[in-house]
Design a protein. Sequence first.
Length: 940
Amino acid sequence: MEDAVGLKEEGNTFFKDGKYEEALSSYIKAMEVSDLKDAEKAILYKNMAQCHLKQKSYEEAIKAASKALELFSNDPKALYRRCQAYEQLGQIEEAYKDAAAMLKADPKNTAVKSVIERLTPIIQERAKQQNSTQSRVSQMFNIAFDPNGAVDKRIQAMNNLLVLTREEAGSKIIIQQNGIASLRDILDQSKNDELIQPAARVLAGLCEGNKDRAFSVFGEIGMGRFRYLMSKHSEGVATSVGHIIQNILTRVSDVETYKEEIRKFEEARKKGDNMLRPQFKLTEAAEHLIDEVFHVLIVMLESNKVSGYGRDSAMELIIKNVTRKDGLHWTRKFLDTQGIEALLLIAGAVKQHQTLQITDLSKMHASVALSKIWDDTISDKERDIFKEKCSAFFKELFGDANLDSKVEAVKAISTLLQGPFEVGNMILGFEGVTQLMLALANSDISIHQQVAVEAIVHSASKKERCTGLLADAVPILKKLFQSGDDHVKVRALVGLCKLGSYGGSDASIRPMAEGSTVSLAKACRKFLKSPNKEADLKQWGTEGLAYLSLDADVKEDLITDEEALKSLVFVAMNPTKSTVYATATVFVNLTNSYDKQELVPEMVELAKFSKQHVPEEHEMDKPDYVKKRVHKLAATGIVSALVALSNTESGNSRELVSRVFLTLAVEEDLRGLIVQQGGVKVLLSLALDKNTDNGKHIAAQALAKIAITLDPNLAFPGQRIYEVVRPLIQLLHIERTGLQNFEGLLALTNLSSISDSVRQHIVTDKGIPMIEHYMYEEHEMIRRAATECMCNMVMNEEVEKLFEGENERVKLWTLYCGEEDQLLVRAAAGGLAILTSNLSICRKVIQVNQWYEIMLSLIATENPEIMHRGCYILKNLIYAEKEIAEKVLEGQLMEALMAVSILTEKTKESAAQCAKEALEKAVEYGFIKHANKSLESISE
């Protein structure tokens, strides 16, 4: 019991010091003590709610306060804190209910009366709005559900209903007025897809953000109807219905809440806190609904009645929801269905065979789905099931006497190699598979050649396999490159490109004859530049360049071909899902934006001694050449191209875009161009969303470089100046590189100089502990950058209060004023100059050992800025109170102040003025008098 009390008191102390996260941790630990009484639990819950309020975690505050109210239903503090949280979240009706309950429990409480007075007019206004919303919904219903009305007016009315679903009141009224049934009638009766699509969007809007409505929509519409609609030959309808299902799955599963719990668990684990990992739990109704959805989606995968668009939508839903990491934990169940076989069937589908309706993107969706499921397996048993299913599928196809089955098997291998590569390699190891691929490539049938060459291209992904294929595949590929069929020719070309590029950027490895890669690159550029070529051919041409552009000779050849560069930028600005990665890869290679391992001379010598291969850098990959290529690409429009490429959902592609942006941002003269052409908005998106972890850090570093040299008001106008704070704080994580830490600190220093609202955002996003951490860093530039940043941050009232608590912050800053690094001294003295306007901080300064000598060194320096700061600190100390002033003026400091006060140099005028003001205060205290001419001159 004493432990719980001690932990609670510890939490209270942390709370008073503004350490809300630590306070919360103490309260949580106290809750874990057994045999707590209800009254004690209620106090802890209320304290936790207050911590959440301070951290602006309003939903968590509501949960904590609600738990306190479960124990004591009319507790005024719990009601008040929940009321505050509801109000901040805009849930005014709920806030008003709590305020009314408080008033009933404590009629004399003046604080409650002020809350009631504030909320009453808002409630009244909302009532008016609800009446208005009711009127608008009724009006839209009359137009949208009139079977004889004009189609364009009905579509517009449903679009208006979609807007109304974004308001809670609007969604409620649509449900109350039997809107789901009316929308269902449109889905059933209309033969016009232009009407079905907006109706589906309204249903998706109703499901968003509300679990009960999601269940209602699923119950009234039914999975059978969703399947029928998704199977239609309309991309818009298939996508819209897929969006309904996605919203239903998200809401009924509470998966977003679970992801937030996992995020908090990961943060707590990094701090060393012991917490149980949150478990993903479903209600019985939710589990039944999710199982039904997945089983129908799997049936759709292999049904020949489903359109290609519907099949793609079904795969997208599986990709987004099947995994444990970011989905609904359905991987194990998926392995027990025919799902793997169905995905392999799509992977091997050949349009010309007409076995399944597919789109150009179906193969890619199947590859991603297989990859997601394989990566999500967590045991050898699950991986064995996956492999066994794949083995059985391919053995059946290879055993079929029909040649078409073998072609489909090779096509499926090609897709598998783009997803779970390990499994694809296993299938390639089957007896006779490689020989079959080469035989099909030697065939006279165009489609067989295309399928075989694609498989060869994707199988050559490792150096060992490339060297093995060179002897057998190259002669066949060279022969096919002479084909009159462009589709075969370009695939053969890419095969040659891939086999010829496995040396990467290592100049010492030349798999093919000297100059072959440059010749292949020229052939790729022809496909890229030709205005009449199909998109498929341009895609393969770009992919060929993606492989070859690791070669520095190819880079220089391409960068001088202005027409090819413009074509590349055009492809990038009009991206398809199949061209994004290849185009981004070309840009990465041209700008050398990939990771390069530093070669330590000692390790190189050791490698040579042990006869290990040491990569060699090409002359044209040296910084001067790279810089010229970067500027040439910038002039050709690469920033606009990157903006277009960033719209992809692929994390790996977004990382590549982030890399190129960072390389551009390294060049200080290109940062303005990035801002001008919309790069900052894209970088914010790349730093926060749908990117790999590494990609987010790279994008954040590019933002930091922009924030360091450009005026933040111009680089980040409006709301963006607040949005950029979080990515910059992420750069301060201990796992980031020293350069990222340093640039993050410099950028935050620049931002924090703008306004107190920006400084408050840095505080709210928990930036202060991370900035202060680097004030103890051994690297003097990082330590100085952190101190400079905090020098700006102490202007914030909340940060200043941190220095008032029982800690040694003031001591550290005072000691830093005595360091040898003049820039560090300047920053520390600047911070103290601001902080010493506070009496309690002044008292702390004079408790530091050697404070007197440190202050003396500040005003005795030749550096005018440091001298001014030192005089300002002394002036504040003297003005603070008489006792402190007496200690300041009892030795050499007074003589030093007198000496500074009579300085006439222009650069030291500010310091002289501060010294005069300090001495005038000393006269006022009676410590000194205007006894002689020199002192009289001071007072003038």
